[in-house]
Design a protein around this ligand. Structure first.
Ligand code: MN
Length: 485
């Protein structure tokens, strides 16, 4: 367990946290209208009469949003509810033209599930998922374009959301951070949400409370709305827990309230007090029928599920023999994992993993490239490793070949052939070079023979240099050893 305990002179406090994560569903059109969901278009460009809340407009459920939420539920080992209902959540806000949000309340589409997280120290904990319901997003109020006015952009109004609600199972900021990273990785694998927190397509409400170690019931929590990065979520949990402890230790009380976390100062400020479900006057959405699914419908979606990061990781460790750490890094992103698997096919997987995590990632980082834009194909990376394994080129030459592959996109065989980079394993050729170096450097030879064995590295370096870097280092070492002793 990696629980965060806040120790004061008098008490030990345990940190309790639960998350509510809004994930924008990947779909071409909005949840209840045919308007496009495209991000970054001109303000109020993708707005239908329904999204604008015009009177008399009727919503039509977008089946793709339902399928995507079911996939996500299956990816989180959750129960898919064959019966669910839509409800109206009533509140007044400028960017909510209907005056209510269509959401799910009593009967969500997805029920309980779980996700196991592993923190840096290797400890594992299972975090419970309470539910996933689907609902429509609100528009956006823009406060910073004019000193006296607020603008409203309804492009986002009506875009489908999955709200993933966890149980209050987190006991440290690290666990919450790991959970979010893993969740993001899963929805990206599934293609159900793009997971871009900085674009607001994944937003996190953070519920925090504390209790004395040994207490069994929960104390009142505060909720911080729309925290938009993993790091900020972790900071919000830590700073809010400390604030609670301070209030309690000074004899105060905490009431349930909604707060806003400010990453710049690392503190939160009060938005509103005591907000409960009954404040929203939920009632069943009269314009939509209950959603009833068959087992067959759910089973068909199960058949479309892709291999998820944990399963892929286990397979890479067991079948390809790479380390748990390498598997974790390579499986975080589906495209990277698929690239690796293609590159490793039929070659030394461990070496391929090393090359990917070393020179290959460095190359992509340096030029800010995604894996799709890589100038080196998976097949060619695998072939490069093969040339080393088979002794055609040595490790040093391989680095040069890699550079040339990055520049030209050519296959390693072609580069090695054209540039004459094949490793020299011919003993006679190497011996000739050694003879010359020994003859030219009598002082060093004598020093070596008198016990300055550290000079071996220098001799190897000289031979390698004279061979244009192409000599087989193992052969060079062996020959030098016998000639110098
Ligand atoms: Mn919500």
């Amino acid at each position: 367990m990696t629980a965060m305990i806040i120790e004061t002179e008098k008490n030990k406090w345990e940190v309790i946290c639960g998350l509510e994560i809004h994930c924008q569903i990947v779909s071409n059109s909005k949840m209840f209208s045919g308007a496009s969901t495209e991000y970054g278009t001109e303000p109020n460009h993708n707005v239908s009469f329904i999204d604008a809340g015009m009177p008399g407009m009727l919503p039509t459920l977008n089946e793709e949003c339902v399928r995507q939420a079911i996939k996500t539920g299956l990816g989180l080992n959750a129960k898919i509810n064959k019966y669910s209902e839509f409800s109206r959540k009533n509140y007044f806000y400028a960017d909510l033209p209907q005056g209510y949000q269509i959401t799910q309340f009593q009967y969500p589409l997805v029920g309980e599930g779980s996700l196991e997280v592993e923190t840096e120290d290797g400890s594992r904990r299972t975090i419970g998922i309470e539910r996933i319901h689907i609902e429509q997003d609100a528009g956006k109020s823009i406060h910073d374009l004019d000193p006296s006015m607020t603008f409203v952009d309804l492009n986002r109004a009506g875009v489908g959301l999955m709200e993933i609600v966890t149980k209050a199972d987190f006991r440290s900021p690290e666990e919450a951070g790991e959970f979010l990273r893993k969740l993001r990785s899963i929805v990206r694998y599934l293609g159900t949400c793009d997971g871009n927190m900085d674009e607001g397509s994944m937003r996190c409400d953070v519920n925090v409370s504390v209790r004395k170690v040994g207490e069994t019931s929960f104390r009142p929590r505060s909720e911080m709305k729309n925290v938009n990065s993993v790091r900020f979520v972790m900071q919000a949990i830590e700073s809010e827990a400390k604030r609670h402890v301070e209030v309690y230790e000074n004899g105060g009380t905490i009431e349930q309230e909604t707060r806003q976390f400010d990453p710049a100062s690392g503190t939160s400020k009060l938005m509103r007090k005591k907000e409960f479900a009954h404040d929203y006057r939920y009632f069943p959405e009269p314009d939509l029928l209950p959603l009833v699914l068959t087992d067959e419908y759910i089973d068909n979606i199960k058949k479309e599920m892709v291999e998820l990061p944990d399963a892929k990781k286990a397979r890479f460790i067991n079948e390809l023999g790479i380390t748990a750490y390498d598997a974790m890094v390579l499986c975080e992103n589906r495209e990277v994992a698929e690239f690796f698997e293609k590159a490793a096919a039929g070659h030394d997987a461990k070496k391929v993993a090393n090359w990917m995590m070393g020179d290959f990632f460095a190359l992509l980082n340096k030029d800010g490239l995604s894996i799709h834009e890589s100038p080196i194909s998976a097949e060619n990376l695998g072939k490069l490793v093969d040339l080393i394994t088979k002794g055609v080129i040595n490790g040093k030459t391989a680095k040069d070949v890699f550079e040339m592959m990055a520049e030209t996109g050519e296959s390693p065989e072609k580069i090695v052939e054209e540039k004459g980079l094949k490793q020299v394993t011919d003993t006679a050729a190497i011996e000739a070079i050694i003879d010359k170096i020994i003859a030219d450097n009598p002082a060093n030879v004598e020093a070596y023979r008198n016990g300055k064995t550290g000079l071996m590295g220098w001799f190897v370096g000289q031979v390698m240099k004279a061979s244009g870097g192409k000599a087989n280092p193992a052969v060079v070492n062996g020959l030098l050893q016998s000639r110098l002793s």
